[in-house]
Design a protein around this ligand. Structure first.
Ligand SMILES: C[S@@+](CC[C@H](N)C(=O)[O-])C[C@H]1O[C@@H](n2cnc3c(N)ncnc32)[C@H](O)[C@@H]1O
Length: 96
């Protein structure tokens, strides 16, 4: 499968995931939320579902490759990338 085919497949999958709510929009009991609570930090209000980040990173990259997120928010993508053996760079405007 070439990159264009992968991109098309990802877009179709993401549309299906949103349309049929296959992955919850936010996880109320995830590690991110409990870590925020533990340090008294406010959880990001619009974070990406971890399972969706995980799928996209596994599908689109190989271990050792770079995941680049220019709207990092909670940095879920960076955390998943690290867990999956990818390198990552994230940009986030809001320091909170
Ligand atoms: C929808 S949220 C991203 C959520 C993220 N994917 C996650 O899982 O938490 C968009 C984020 O982009 C950030 N943002 C907006 N403009 C930006 C900019 N010019 N540079 C860096 N970050 C920016 C916002 O502060 C916000 O946290």
């Amino acid at each position: 499968m070439n990159n264009e085919e992968k991109r098309e497949l990802c877009l179709s999958l993401m549309r299906a995931i949103v349309r049929w709510k296959l992955i919850p929009n936010s996880e109320s009991n995830g590690q991110y939320v409990s870590s925020c609570s533990a340090v008294g930090a406010k959880a990001h209000p619009a974070r990406f579902p971890e399972k969706l980040s995980e799928f996209l990173i596994r599908f689109l990259t190989d271990p050792g490759e770079l995941v680049f997120d220019i709207f990092a928010g909670s940095n879920i993508a960076g955390a998943v990338a690290e867990r999956e053996g990818r390198r990552w760079i994230s940009f986030e405007l809001d320091l909170d």
